[in-house]
Design a protein around this ligand. Structure first.
Ligand code: PMP
Length: 384
């Protein structure tokens, strides 16, 4: 039996072995509640504070208190969009987001329309890069918040965040950046890049699931989505998940330390994969050829269907994605692939491979061979 090859790190990352080692130091978790002042509580408080400093360092802020911990990227996106729009509604009632945002940004942005906010979706070009002229036209003086992800999870395209920031700030509004897939893979500096709110996921850094963070620039006002106690400055009430937060902090530290080397290693594997797979008949790269995440390779194949590719590859021992895991239960074509101009039928034939630390160059021939075999076999039986 050949070993399995896992190529869906955008959906779930195995916990980094260094993080696992760190977590094993606390086999019983943390006894104290960080809101208490006796020794056990102070130990928990210190674990959260250390994690906060580590996450802050990863994203380039010198203010650890600008980081709040959440249950994950979805919650961070909800607090950013809803919380910032509602709290600053006097500034204006328009929200702008790129057409290729994750649904955990698009859905809260659509939902607050019920509260009288208007939503404009800014278009991207055929590589998935935000159209800066269209963005400048969309961001009006009353645009309270604009949300543009750092990089896309389905097509890997990295956005020109500094240019985006200049456009948004010229009108005085706030910029939220969903950096779930970019953090730990490309350098992020909220101060240099002019980011007001930034979403992070614990798992995508190599930490556990069910924990995330939101950076909120000091001075930016946000209304909580959940109301309760005063934890996380009242912005995310509820007893902190101390164990998961501590482990996310270690993941952020290791991600920062290893990013340059690991991204270079993965980019070389990615490039070989892209060269091999685009050599298959009627196989095309989706997303940007250069401005893309180092671990991300995404394709479309004409006359076949993504789900069948996924199943056939699974039988050959390889786990790939066909789009975002978060929308895989709907059979609709991906809004990201439609936004880059693909027709419905084209958008259905997609395959996404996202690499991680266990992948290596030696796997490339087997992956390319499996994709070639799969595509040929499926095309032979397709009614399309
Ligand atoms: N934003 C982006 C860009 C993502 O890729 C994801 C996960 N695929 C999320 C948000 C949601 O993350 P979670 O499921 O951890 O809340």
């Amino acid at each position: 039996m050949e070993e399995r090859i896992y190529l869906d790190h955008a959906a779930a990352m195995p916990v980094h072995p260094g993080v696992a080692r760190f977590c094993r130091q606390f086999p019983d978790g943390f006894a104290g509640n960080p809101s208490t002042i006796y020794r056990e509580g102070l130990q928990a408080q210190e674990a959260v504070a250390t994690a906060r400093e580590r996450v802050a360092a990863l994203v380039g802020t010198s203010a650890p208190d600008s980081i709040i911990f959440t249950s994950g990227a979805t919650e961070s996106n909800n607090i950013a969009i809803r919380g910032a729009a509602l709290r600053n509604r006097k500034f204006g009632k328009r929200v702008v987001a790129s057409a290729t945002e994750h649904i955990s940004v698009l859905n809260p942005a659509k939902d607050i329309q019920k509260g009288g906010f208007a939503l404009t979706l800014a278009p991207v070009d055929r590589f998935g890069t935000i159209d800066l002229d269209a963005l400048a036209a969309a961001v009006t003086p009353g645009t309270v918040i604009t949300s543009i992800h750092h990089a896309n999870n389905e097509i890997g395209t990295i956005q020109p965040i500094r240019e985006v920031s200049a456009i948004v700030h010229e009108q005085g509004g706030l910029l939220h950046v969903d950096a779930t897939d970019a953090a730990g893979r490309i350098p992020i500096d909220v101060e240099r890049d002019g980011i007001d709110l930034l979403t992070l996921s614990g798992n995508q850094l190599g930490g556990p699931d069910g924990v995330g963070a939101l950076y909120i620039r000091p001075g930016v006002r946000v209304q909580p989505v959940l109301v309760g106690g005063g934890q996380e400055r009242g912005l995310r009430p509820g007893t902190e998940n101390v164990f998961a937060i501590a482990c996310m902090g270690e993941a952020a530290r290791l991600a920062g330390e290893e990013m340059a080397g690991e991204s270079k290693r993965l980019a070389a594997i990615r490039d070989r994969l892209i060269a091999g797979i685009t050599g298959i008949e009627e196989a095309y790269l989706t997303g940007h050829p250069e401005e893309r995440l180092p671990h991300h390779a995404s394709f479309r194949f004409s006359r076949i269907e993504g789900e069948s590719i996924q199943l056939a590859m699974d039988m050959l021992g390889i786990a790939v994605a066909t789009g975002s895991a978060c929308t895989s239960r709907t059979l609709e074509a991906s809004h990201v692939l439609l936004a880059i101009g693909l027709a419905h039928a084209e958008a259905h034939g997609s395959m996404v491979a996202t690499l991680g630390r266990r992948n290596n160059m030696d796997e490339v021939p087997r992956i390319v061979g499996a994709v070639g075999e799969t595509v040929k076999r499926l095309r032979a039986i397709t009614p399309l």
